[in-house]
Every structure is written in structure tokens, then in C-alpha cells.
Design a protein around this ligand. Sequence first.
Ligand code: 3HC
Length: 722
Amino acid sequence: MSSNVSMEIGSDGVAVIKFSNPPVNALSFKIIEELKEKYVEAMNRNEVKAIVLTGEGGRFCGGFDINSFGKEKKTGGDDSKLSDEQSLVNTIEEAKKPTVAAIEGLALGGGLELAMGCHARIATPKVQLGLPELTLGIIPGMGGTQRLPRLVGTSKALEMMLTSRPIMSEDGKKLGLIDAVVSKEELLTVARHWALDIAERRKPWISSLLRTDKLGSLAEARQVIQVAREQATRTAPNMPQHQACLDAVEEGVVFGGYSGLLKEKELTSPTVLYTSKSLVHFFFAQRAISKVPNVTDVGLKPRHIKKVAVIGGGLMGSGIATALILSNIFVVLKEINPMYLQKGIKAIEANLRSLLARGKITEDKVMNALSILTGVLDYSEFRHVDLVIEAVIESVPLKQSIFHELEKVCSQNCILATNTSTIDLNIIGEKTTSQDRIVGAHFFSPAHVMPLLEIVRTDKTSAQVILDLMTVGKAIKKVPVIVENCTGFAVNRTFFPYGQGAHILVHLGVDLFRIDRLVKEFGIPIGPFQLQDVAGYGIGIAAGKVLASAFGDRMFKSPLTELLMKDGRNGKLNGKGYYTYEKGSRPKPDPTVLPIIEKSRKLANIMPSGKPVSLTDQEIVEMIMFPVVNEACRVMEEGIVLRASDLDVASILGMSFPSYRGGLIFWADSVGATHIYSSLKKWSEAYGNFFRPSKFLEERAKKGIPLSVPTSTSQTGSKSRL
Ligand SMILES: C[C@H](O)CC(=O)SCCNC(=O)CCNC(=O)[C@H](O)C(C)(C)COP(=O)(O)OP(=O)(O)OC[C@H]1O[C@@H](n2cnc3c(N)ncnc32)[C@H](O)[C@@H]1OP(=O)(O)O
């Protein structure tokens, strides 16, 4: 078997130990063993005075190999109380010859933990340094919970671990995590000299685990940990790894670094396995999503998109424009009159100011973003744009006339995208001859915040156009998912039963605030009725009409929204919906909505024998989520998505489905197709067609095949490697 670790001993007495595992030099159990062997050799060879540890190919290390999570691992090593991974880092730190880490590109997770066991760290500019383990459902398990607080202080270390956000080497230098930032060319030379300087005591020989100077007093450190605990209880209530990470840090702060390591080992055992499985699935699903057969694998090069026109400065248009200018893409915002244009520009300014207020961007960034935004009232600038994104109201004739006009005013290579959330693209492009460059760019509200971009293609959209839009999407920090054209596309189509199910339940007699509470407890941050309030009733009604024209046989026509509007309620927009909204306070359930609900129940008249049904909490959640899974089955069967895992990513990033459940289909498979099918069948017999199980679900349930298994024709395999 070939070796992943090499050692070269220079005439200066420095051994350069290099490990290699493309593309990110992930650490495997084999690499860990080989590194230990090299350390034994380096200690035994008299000519070796010091060591430089580095990774091959411009990236120090992307952490432990995520593919091997959950696989059997040996424990023991040099110190049987620690795991093999921990004991490697201890071997380095406690060795009688010093090690300097020479870091390029990135040092994440186990990679940074390895580097923190070294006696100094030299990095090139813009290296990503972080401990993102919590996003994978585990805690740093190679001493990170102990060494990071000792190098950067408890507060900063907790921030880095709990948010999983990396910092750059320049900040690392300021914080004391990095000893010097040098150019790529100088990296090895500086690291070698540094290592010799430590060996010959010209520079301090520092073992991170033994330091206490950055931890602050015990009382201060405990206070910081307590605040972080309270915050994690609020922001990550279903993520046990957050509290586990804090437990490990606290143990080390109170009883010393070695005790902290033992606690860390104890907490990396399978206590958080389900969450970890789901989050690891989500990690690989996100990587798989950017692989699109016949688009990303046929040698096409993305064209550079410098300037984009956005048509419509409403909620969506202004959000899209904000996302673009924040990523240095010039934007021409078009509106139909000066008042609307002014409103659109003000909305963009407000988006930027709110990001500034939350410390997400700097004042300079705001100024720079606004300097590349131009407002226009006609199409004269459109000749110079590379991409148009239409974001006007959901009106077929209006969109058709805009696309007809765009064909005349834009260059022939310009991509013509629509942000429609429901309308068939073939209908929008019907009056043009540009079908090959017409594409859906469906953003989710608020567009400058939500990470999903649904790219909708028809059978005529060219591969180049899809690749270009995917590239723009990534440039503006979105995760693009490629879906086929159909009413509602993948996400709105899959999720239309979400609101519908909630309305059916209310009309069967269930309390609406109970429904919202239970859905939130399930992990979706906002319940279906509050979501309706926030999204606005107009959008829901317009989208509902389009969806009803395609899927009318399984839609529930709820009279409730119209009754609310007749009562002068418009949701968050006018502060009055199912909830009341006041500036500066949380939405409050509005009891005055209850008589309107009673009226709606009478109109719909679906309660069996006119009496409210009695349902358990679990049944309520399932009656909302199983119809969503059912529609997802149709979406998969029709080949609207490339793979089941694309729906997992889309549900998490577009609909805030809880990531710790792995996404809609991953969760559904954990529940089991058989239970979902038999429940839907029972409800369809009691309450009608809305619950009727799809053919796909029925087949999977009867044959015992998980929903995520690709169909023979439409889907490529999910890349879950669990
Ligand atoms: C004991 C320890 O405490 C436990 C750990 O270390 S857990 C691991 C902690 N590390 C991480 O979470 C980092 C995960 N990786 C990433 O964030 C990103 O991949 C990255 C920033 C390293 C690189 O990003 P980018 O350049 O966009 O490339 P990206 O497409 O994500 O990854 C390239 C390939 O490397 C793989 N990869 C990345 N990190 C990996 C890892 N730690 N293990 C296994 N594979 C990994 C990806 O799956 C992808 O594979 P593919 O080409 O077959 O799809």
C-alpha cells in the first residue's frame, strides 16, 4: 500500500514531514498511523533537530476524513486513555524535538487541531483556520476544545467553535493562533528557521495545552461559558453537540487541559450519532448538488458575468440586487416609475444597513455596494448587461411582454432569467425565440439572506446558460440547485402541501397556534400560519391559483385567507394577521382571529359529523409533513430533481427544514416509507384526496425501498456515503 506521509531530512537538521491526501489532505486513520511512525523515526535519528509539518498541494488539511465517520476506530496509541487522533497531537506536542506547522490554504477541524499541537504555526496569507466540527454533529476531537481557548482566549474560541466560521490567517496572527504570516515562497524557509530557533532556544518552546495565560480567571471563563450555554440553548436547541463542546471546554478550564482531553474523548463517542449522520449527509449532499451531468462535466467554461439588470424593485428584486452588489456585481435596477424606483433603492439601502447593524458587513462595503447600483426607468442600459433577472409580480401576460421586449433590447448572449416562483418557463418564453437562454433564477425571501438558488431549466435551456447561472449563484454565496421546469418547480411544488395541510387541520378543528408551536418544535423556525403572515397573503393567493390550476385534484380550497383579508388583515405588512406585529416586540397570537376561523370552518364544513377531530401532537406534525413528503415523491418520480439529496439540501436551505434531520427525504427515510404511506392512506380515506398517497410512495412502501434510492431513469445517485 502506498504511503501518504513522507519525511525529508535537510542538511540543516530539519525533517519536513509532509502528508498528502488530495483534494484537501483529509486525515485518515492510516495517515495518523503513518505520522506517528514518522515521529518515532524523527525522534530516533540523531541528525534531526527539529520538524516542520506540512500538507501537500497548497492545502494544509481539511480535517478528519468525513467519509470515515462512524467507522470502527482503534483506541490506544501512545496513551490508551486518549483516542488515536488525540494521542498523535500529544505525541507532537510532548516530543523532545520541536515542530512548526507550515500552513497553506486551509487548516480546518483536525487540520487545525494538528497545527495547534505544534510549537509554532507559520501560515501564508488568507488561510482559512477553523473548527467546523459542530456543523457535522460532532465536537472537535483532536484536542481542539482545549488548545483553541488556550491560544486565542475562551470567548473567541467559543465563538469560532459554536459558529463553525473560519477566520483568516491575518486575524489568526492578531489573535495569537498564528505566529507569522509569510508568502508562499517563504513558507518552508521561515518554518525551518523557526523550528531550529525553538530547538536552540532562541524562540520560546510553547506547548499549547499547558498554557493558561489566555483563559482568564476561572470565574471569567465560567461566565463566558455560561453565556454561551444560554445562547446555544436558544439558537441550537436540538443540537446536543453544542452543549457537549461547552462541557469539554469547561472541564479543561476547571480541571486542566489533560482532563479536558479525556472529556472531549468521552463526548466524541456516539452520543450525538443521529444528528451527526444527518449533518454529514447534508455535507455530502451539498457537494453533490454542484455536479450536474451534461453541464459541469462536459468541459464548458463559465462566462464572466459583470453586470446584471434586475427588473422590479419589490421585496424580491431589491433582495436579489442586494445579493449581487454585495458580491461586486454591477446592477441596473429597473422600475416603471420614479416612485417605485426610489422605493426599490431605499429597500436595498435598508438591506445593507441592516447587515451593517448586525456587524455582517462594514461601512466601506455598504458604500462600495451602493456605488455599483444604478436605477433606471427604461431599457437603454440593457444592451450592456450579461444577465437579466426579472422579478415582477406573478402575472403571465406581464412576464410574457417583458421577455418579448428583452429579446429586442438585450445582446444576443445575454441570459434571460425569471424569478417566478411558480409559473411554467415555457409559458413565460412563449412569445420569444430565445428559449435556449431563458432560465429560472428562483430566489427565496429574503433573497439577500436565504442561501438557496433554484435554477430552473427547460428542455431548451442551454448547458452554458445553466453553468453561467450556477457560477453567478456561487459568486453571490448561494447554493444553486438545478431543477426541471414544472408548476412550482421543486421547492414550492414540494412544499405547497405544507400550508395546505395546516389549513386542513385548522378546518378539522385543531387550534392554529398549537399547529405553529408543534411545527416549531419539529425544528422549522416559523410555523405555517406565521409564515403566511410574514410572506404576505397576496403572494400566497397568486401562487395558490397557479398551483391549483396544475394540482387542483389534490388542493384544499381554504376560505380562511380571503376572510382574513376581508377583515382588514394583511399579515405582517399591516401588523395584523393570525398574529399581531409591533415594532420591537415578538409577534403575539391574536385571539380576535378565532371568530374568523369559526366562520371559515363553517364554510369549509370538513369536520366529520361537524365535530372537531382529536389528534395527538405527533399526528398533527405528521399530517403537515407527510403530504410534503408525498409531493416530494412525485417530484422525484417526474425527474424534477437530479437526486433525492438535492431535495434535502433545497428543503434545508430554501424552507429552513432542520439540518439536524438531514433534509426532507433523509428524514422521511428515517421515519420509513411504510409508516408514511399507511398514515396517508388512512387520512385520505377519512379526509379526502389531499392525503392520497402517490404511486411512487406506495411502491417504495410496498417493496420496502427507501425513498432516497434513485429511480432507474431519472435520478443520479445521492452522494451520501454513510
Ligand atoms: C477529529 C476532528 O475534530 C474531526 C474533524 O476534523 S471533522 C472535519 C472538519 N472539517 C470540515 O468540516 C471541513 C469540511 N470541508 C469543507 O468545509 C470544504 O470541503 C473545504 C473548505 C475544505 C474545501 O471547500 P471547496 O474547495 O469548496 O471544495 P469542496 O467541494 O467542498 O471539497 C472538495 C472535495 O473534498 C471533499 N472533502 C472536503 N473536506 C473533507 C473532509 N474533511 N473529509 C473528506 N472529504 C472532504 C469534499 O467532499 C469534496 O469531494 P468531491 O469532490 O468528491 O465532492
